[in-house]
Design a binder for this molecule. Structure first.
Ligand code: TYD
Ligand code: MG
Length: 469
């Protein structure tokens, strides 16, 4: 069985080989079923490693040590893409000389977004180069037509060989470069196949070096791959300056671009887009977008303000509690942590008499958003209680806060921002872990409209149940 998954990449004479995890790049001298670093199964592939005598020298800057005081550094130069959602995720535009990795499932919209960005940059008179190893020039033109991106400043290069791409870059000196995708690029210095860990690292390394030397920003597109034959973008995360991932599935219209690493700005910022016939459209008001199809007055649905990056977004947490038909009750959580749900159910069972121990529990964050912060704890508890008791949550109510193991409610960061967003969206009551002596009402102005929101601070799960219905 084992030998089936070992793929021998590379041709020619047999040299020294090592095994690499195609998900995270972990190296091993023998084949492993499960990667000890990222925990993925069946991702190890055998690759030949070449020891080129002058290989190391090609990765050299060739500089001498400089005094820290003598290094000239003004505020980093940034170019705004003109797509506000993306500019915010990048930390305020594209930094010159930066390498940005854009990862995501195939078909999620990476090429579409970059083509739209290039259209905006070309409209500013910047010369941009789109290097594609996946599509023909005609395909790119057809897509460009659909997106209205056909400016003459946009150059398209169909090429997969790293050395000729670098030669072209030196010759053209564009303002911004996209490599779509890094997994199709190969270097002739290596005999392993395109998409192997060695090739992807080599190509990315050379392109990043090019960006640093010339100050030209480079975008690298990387497909998230499920099978082990092609190296995933994860192996490049430590090499680049900024890592963006596309989230959302092809079934939903919305797409979230999440920043998970940024050397030039805040991380965990998100940009929300909607896929339309003519490309990706920005969603300037994500709260309204995610609450659009919310059922009013239905048991098991609650709205919780969550913070994504620097921005508050109202999300809808839904729950369905039903009697279990088999011996083992099921807990299914989509969009929130499964273990967290089990923990909260146990606390509810023990502390406030919501005995869900023998019920199947399903939790879903509407719209397919993924929430990682514990501030949604109260939202989950409220949704489960509402479905269990079959009583709808009072209209116009939002809840947020962390729940401890003894049923106490703990404060979370940025309460003010969450309350403001809830008020802005027209909610009337906010249940949260606030100071009891705090103000009772808050008025938030958005434009000409003034919204008043009643603040209900609580300390325990019991108080939550007294106030939500
Ligand atoms: P694409 O950018 O090719 O994905 P990736 O580069 O990440 O692999 O996205 C292709 C998908 O987007 C495809 O399923 C069709 C859809 N799409 C639209 O819905 N509208 C559009 O205007 C375009 C260009 C694509
Ligand atoms: Mg593509």
């Amino acid at each position: 069985m084992k030998t089936e998954v070992i793929r021998k990449s590379g041709t020619g004479k047999k040299g020294k080989t090592l095994f690499f995890c195609s998900n995270c790049g972990q190296q091993a001298s023998k084949w492993l079923g499960r990667c000890p670093s990222c925990g993925e199964w069946n991702t190890f592939v055998e690759e030949e490693i070449e020891e080129l005598p002058n290989n190391a020298s090609t990765f050299r800057y060739g500089g001498a040590p400089q005094s820290m005081a003598a290094i000239e550094a003004t505020e980093e130069d940034r170019v705004l893409t003109g797509i506000a959602e993306l500019d915010r995720v990048l930390g305020g535009g594209i930094v010159s000389g930066s390498a940005v990795l854009i990862g995501g499932d195939p078909g999620i919209g990476k090429s579409t977004l970059l083509l739209q960005v290039f259209e905006k940059l070309a409209a500013k008179g910047l010369k941009v180069l789109y290097v594609s190893g996946e599509e023909s020039a005609r395909q790119i033109k057809l897509r460009g037509k659909r997106l209205g991106a056909t400016a003459s400043e946009m150059l398209v290069l169909i090429e997969v060989e790293l050395e000729s791409i670098l030669a072209r870059l030196d010759e053209l000196k564009p303002a911004v470069v996209v490599i779509d995708s890094i997994q199709t690029i190969y270097s002739t210095a290596f005999s392993s196949t395109p998409g192997s860990v060695g090739q992807v690292r080599e190509a990315a390394g050379k392109l990043i070096l090019f960006a640093k030397k010339t100050g030209i920003p480079v975008f690298l597109v990387g497909h998230v791959t499920k099978d082990g034959s092609i190296a995933g973008p994860k192996i490049l995360e430590h090499m680049v300056d900024t890592v963006l991932y596309f989230e959302g599935d092809s079934g939903h219209a919305y797409r979230i671009v999440r920043c998970i690493k940024n050397r030039f700005g805040p991380t965990h910022e998100i940009g929300v887009f909607e896929m339309r016939d003519n490309g990706l459209a920005e969603v300037a008001n994500p709260s309204a977008f995610f609450l659009a199809e919310r059922p009013e007055g239905a048991a098991g649905s609650v709205v919780a303000p969550s913070i994504e990056g620097t921005r508050p977004i109202l999300i809808e947490v839904q729950s369905l509690v039903s009697a279990t038909s088999f011996g083992m009750p099921r807990r299914t959580a989509i969009g929130v942590d499964h273990n967290r749900v089990s923990l909260l159910c146990a606390v509810m069972d023990k502390v406030c008499g919501i005995h869900v121990g023998n019920s199947d529990i399903f939790i879903n964050v509407a719209g397919g958003v993924k929430i990682e912060e514990t501030a949604t704890d109260l939202g989950i508890v409220a949704a489960v209680s509402s479905s269990f008791l079959n009583r709808p949550i009072a209209a116009g109510t939002v809840v947020f806060g962390e729940v401890g193991l003894t049923g106490e409610i703990r404060a979370v960061s940025q309460s003010e921002v969450r309350i403001k967003e809830a008020a802005r969206m027209g909610f009337k009551r906010c249940i949260f872990p606030g100071k009891v002596s705090g103000e009772k009402n808050k008025t938030v102005k958005s434009g000409a409209i003034e919204n008043k929101i009643e603040l209900i601070p609580i300390r325990s799960l019991g108080e939550l149940l007294e106030n939500i219905f």
